[in-house]
Design a protein around this ligand. Sequence first.
Ligand code: ADP
Ligand code: MG
Length: 753
Amino acid sequence: MTERADERLERAFDKRTATALGKLGLQTVGDLLGHYPRRYADPGALTDIAALEVGEHVTIMARVEQATVRPMRNRTGALMEVVVTDGKSRLSLTFFGKHRGSLFNHEKRLVPGAKGLFTGTVGLYRGSRQLSHPDFTLMGEESDLDSDEALLEHATKPIPIYPAAAGIPSWKIQAALRVVLDTLADADVPDPVPDEVRERQGLPPRAGALRSLHRPATLEEAYRAQHRMRFEEAFVLQAALAQRRARTAAEDATARPPLPAGKSGLLADFDASLPFVLTDGQREVGDEIAGELASPRPMHRLLQGEVGSGKTVVALRAMLQVVDAGGQAALLAPTEVLASQHARTLRALLGPMAEGGTLFGAERTGASTRVALLTGSLGAKARKEALLQAASGEAGIVVGTHALLSEQVQFADLGLVVVDEQHRFGVEQRDALRAKGRVSPHLLVMTATPIPRTVAMTVFGDLETSSLTEVPAGRAGITTVAVPAGNTRWTDRTWARVREEVDAGRRAYVVCARIHPDEEAKAPAKDFDDLPEFLDPSGPGAEGASDRAPLRAVLEVVEELRSRPELAGIEVGTLHGQLPPDEKEAAMARFASGEAPVLVATTVIEVGVDVPEATAMVIFDADRFGISQLHQLRGRVGRGTDPGLCLLVSDAEPGTPAFARLEAMTQTTDGFKLANLDLELRSEGDVLGAAQSGRTSSLRLLRVVKDAGLIEEARAAAVDVVRASPDLTEFPELAKAIRAQLDEDQEEFLERA
Ligand code: ADP
Ligand code: MG
């Protein structure tokens, strides 16, 4: 087989072209073939100029309307101004020359009526948009496309528009591809999709698809080729995941079976002490997990569930089974607030069972253990003690943040790793923690919010999935209302409602998008606890943000609330990522106990904070948060038997995407529905990026929402192929594609790390 795809571009092209293509990250002929058109321009139609955005690198089809050359006013040289149009809007192009003569060539070519492609970065000069020194190629003129056939093609066929860069306009890429495609043999393009699979799916061979993608005769042909390449992406990814699953399934693990029925142990005692009955879902998923923990093969399971569906209890029961069987469990949380809260919750749920080795534990007749907490901000003494408890096995459960991943942390016998709120952790971190077991520990991953099935399959495709869809009975539900910002009547009513809640013995959260009032709206907080995407300037809600009122800030709002008549006599606390850990703890504790029943906070409280008495939440600048984040935040209230109230304060205008998000929030509390909607409203990269690092690079054409059906088909086909040849020796091209992709992901991960 030839290795045409691996041929360096320096060999295939002159040095200048190769260097220019290198700027786009293209090194080999294979890379060039894999540089797909972003879209196709209709040869007849002009680009909609009004839709161009300042700062964007664009390639547009336009017609020259007028061209003028004049000497520069204040210095030597000449300025040529060309106005191009799409028939409706205009865009000006400017060219500078040392003297008029140096612009002659442009003057000759850019005459009124000339039509062509222009490329450059859209700039703004005196309020109007322009391209400065754009590259261009004109139709009907000999240029880079210098054969009759090329011209004909240009005039009648869809024009591929490539992601381009300065010095290498789209049509140069097209011309380079033409050279490669003209001499490309089918055998030059190895296909990772095995023939049987391809034929069963009715897909064209890879070489043909590449030709159609880069040089389609019709748009339909281009779309068919895109479909085939999408399938390939999904198939390679799913085959990699299927292999990962198969490999894990073949690893050894220590079986941690439950104690025989009737024998007392931590799990049995815990179940007996529970103040509520488990939901059917908790019981079913619990049984499933119990069975897998009892197996000598490592469990690898994703537990996703509605906010408040009681995932923590499910995880704790799994941990207790492992501790009963002589092992230890580690619980990894994304923030310090959440880690210490988890430790507190687990200790409270376990009571004397978590006081092994102490007087209280000794008073118990049954088994006991300890819950250790390990975070980055622990003092030296506390840290040493926690490390010791983990290493000696005295602590059956070790809760922590990233600090758990550090090399100094050792376990006597790590049997189960639970990762809470997975979206903040990557596969690599999961693996780092699992590597701390002598043999592979079992793994339980919990997501913060429900995620659509195809996202689960793409991002967590190496895990088996369980879902908790119901929330425990007896919850009174949450009412969500959108509140216009800056409206006095609404504002007064808002704080009066908060007062009513507090008077009834309940608590209220007030959430702000930033900490300091004078902080740049765009500057994301540096503290890890505040790192979540909430201030992402490109994130949802950033649209047209500049001409809007500044974001409300924790420190400003807390002052305002302390002086509001409605809240007189009520202590108002604050919580944000810049507070030292002990103050964070204290603020949470005062809120939980009701000493400070109103808490003004950033999104530190987003994930997993659990105060059952909290019933009200006021979210300022609610339109600046994403749907899944609002859903998470809202999940903090209405967790007890009292009804919850969530007020979304915003100045979003009806008809904007921001408003649509808030409207959706007021209409449903179903996390799966919201997650799907979120996917529709947000871009792919956001979703995958938020879900997990290091997966986006490999997806070029695939869209996890739109391509759901295709992903399902690819997954089924991939599973068959991996089953037939687990090490893929029978499918060397697939194996090669997977290796290449892993390298790419790995690289991306290292770059981010
Ligand atoms: P999440 O799934 O969002 O992590 P949690 O595990 O924090 O939810 O549970 C939310 C609240 O519901 C907790 O206060 C927990 O004690 C309570 N809870 C869990 N399971 C049940 C149940 N079966 N019946 C009643 N309350 C429950
Ligand atoms: Mg939770």
